[in-house]
Write a protein that binds this ligand. Structure first.
Ligand SMILES: NC(=O)c1ccc[n+]([C@@H]2O[C@H](COP(=O)([O-])OP(=O)(O)OC[C@H]3O[C@@H](n4cnc5c(N)ncnc54)[C@H](O)[C@@H]3O)[C@@H](O)[C@H]2O)c1
Length: 437
């Protein structure tokens, strides 16, 4: 077992986790962390709290929790902050979301009530179905950046935080395709912010810009373009801050990225993969708007592209039909139901079908990802890692990669897990490897 010198700063002091959006996902995450801290629940599904990684080989091998390999922030050191378009505090918002039962919220009611969202940097054109008025009065996109920077500074000071991480768990914005003249370089992006180019600069970009310039890692939990543009990569390099995104990999896409490798590894063919969902929470309402759904669709469709590749296996994967649908259906609220119909073919081209029916809970699946992504981004910053954190692809539907350098996304869940384990081994001073265990 090779032990190099560890070069990661300790996780001393408080870690401020500032969540953009104080909705279903954010409040389920916060409530779970606070309840775990009191010993009243278990953080099931969280890799940072449960998973063990093998270190060393043969007789030397050991399986260690992440915290025993690298210095991770403790749950007790977390302080939550938030922004939202609606003024309700995290307790009210958790009750409204109806993800968790009252009995699982009440023991931490006092703490949740103290999490009062700051005014949002918001533009109604980016999410037409929202009508809250807890919104900053900003003349330009640059004003938005300045106001968010001020919020981060005040929060950090008021709560005595040593470090801050900003994570987006707000609604999906309308689709903003990469537009080279604005998104290509940092100078162009700044120019567009100052010129108040509302078409190409989404509010989420203002949060990201503010976080990175205030020395905080930024994570994009929705499929928004936000940090997935060369201008933001440049900013992350300049400020030496980690970025990660996009889109939490929770229900159907988790299953897809874990299941598609079965078809690919066995060299079975694919004719089509049809995925549909019903979802009734506020996220579903926002995604019912075609411009917002488009952002999600692009993200969800990308999953199969690098797992079942027609250029590598033209006989098996040429022209398969891949469709993803999300239908807003209020009676189910946060309890999403997903159906997958997979048309495969085998020996001599004979067709077969696979059906998957996942009755999941959206925010229950997402909450542990927020914990893992924030703790691991904070770790990455202390380890001196900056720019796109590809080792976090494991948690994301549409993982970021530098496409200008010909990098490709890794969507295969098991390859992503290897990347995650190796990054932790490296940060812990151990040798990266690809042993199967
Ligand atoms: N739950 C999952 O499985 C899952 C998976 C992947 C991605 N996501 C994404 O996570 C996000 C949150 O999901 P949710 O179910 O909590 O939705 P939600 O509607 O309950 O919460 C989102 C909140 O964000 C607020 N908001 C919107 N724009 C804002 C802005 N500019 N600034 C501050 N606040 C703003 C809204 O008012 C709302 O309260 C969505 O974008 C969703 O697509 C969720």
């Amino acid at each position: 077992m090779l032990m190099k010198e560890k070069n990661v700063k300790p996780a001393d002091g408080k870690l401020g986790i500032m969540v953009v959006g104080c909705g279903a996902v954010a409040t389920t995450f916060m409530t779970g962390v606070l309840m775990t801290r009191k010993g009243l629940t278990k953080p099931v599904g969280s890799m940072t709290q449960y998973d063990k990684i093998r270190i060393g080989k043969g007789a030397d091998k050991k399986y260690l929790h992440y915290k025993d390999i690298v210095p991770l922030a403790k749950l007790d050191d977390i302080v939550f902050g938030s922004w939202d378009v609606y003024p309700q505090n995290a307790y009210q918002s958790a009750m409204y979301a109806e993800v968790l039962k009252e009995k699982d919220i009440n023991p931490v009611r006092d703490e949740l009530e103290k999490i009062v969202p700051m005014k949002a940097a918001f533009d109604k054109n980016y999410a037409k179905r929202l009508d809250g008025d807890n919104v900053k009065d900003c003349k330009t996109r640059w004003d938005m950046v300045e106001a968010i920077k001020q919020d981060i500074r005040s929060f950090k000071e008021k709560n005595g935080c040593a470090r801050i991480v900003v994570i987006w768990a707000a609604s999906t914005e309308i689709y903003v395709p990469v537009y080279e003249p604005v998104h290509g370089t940092l100078a162009d992006l700044e120019k567009a912010m100052k010129a108040d180019d509302r078409e190409h600069v989404a509010p989420s970009m203002c949060y990201a810009y503010a976080a990175l310039t205030e020395g905080a890692p930024f994570i994009m939990g929705a499929p928004n373009t936000t940090v997935d543009i060369p201008a933001m990569w440049e900013l992350a390099e300049k400020t030496k801050m980690p970025i990660a995104g996009k889109d939490f990999k929770t229900g159907q896409t988790l299953v897809k990225s874990g299941f598609a490798p079965i078809i690919g590894t066995r060299c079975l063919g694919l004719n089509g993969w049809f995925s549909t969902n019903i979802l009734g929470n506020r996220d579903g309402l926002v995604l019912d708007e075609p411009a917002n759904f488009r952002t999600k669709e692009v993200s969800k469709l990308s999953t199969l592209e690098t797992i079942l590749r027609p250029d590598v296996q033209p006989d098996l994967y040429t022209d398969y039909y891949h469709k993803v649908r999300i239908n807003y259906y209020p009676p189910r609220n946060d309890n999403k139901e997903g159906w997958d119909n997979i048309d495969i073919f085998g020996w001599m081209g004979y067709p077969m079908q696979i059906k998957i029916n996942f009755l999941c809970r959206d925010s229950i699946l997402a909450a542990p990802l927020l914990l893992d992504l924030t703790l691991l981004s904070d770790l990455a910053a202390r380890a001196g890692r900056y720019g796109i954190q590809r080792f976090l692809s494991f948690f994301l539907k549409s993982p970021m990669h530098d496409y200008t350098k010909g990098e490709e996304a890794v969507n295969n869940l098991y390859q992503q897990y290897t990347m995650l384990k190796n990054a932790l081994r490296e940060m812990g001073g151990y040798e990266a490897d690809e042993e199967i265990d």
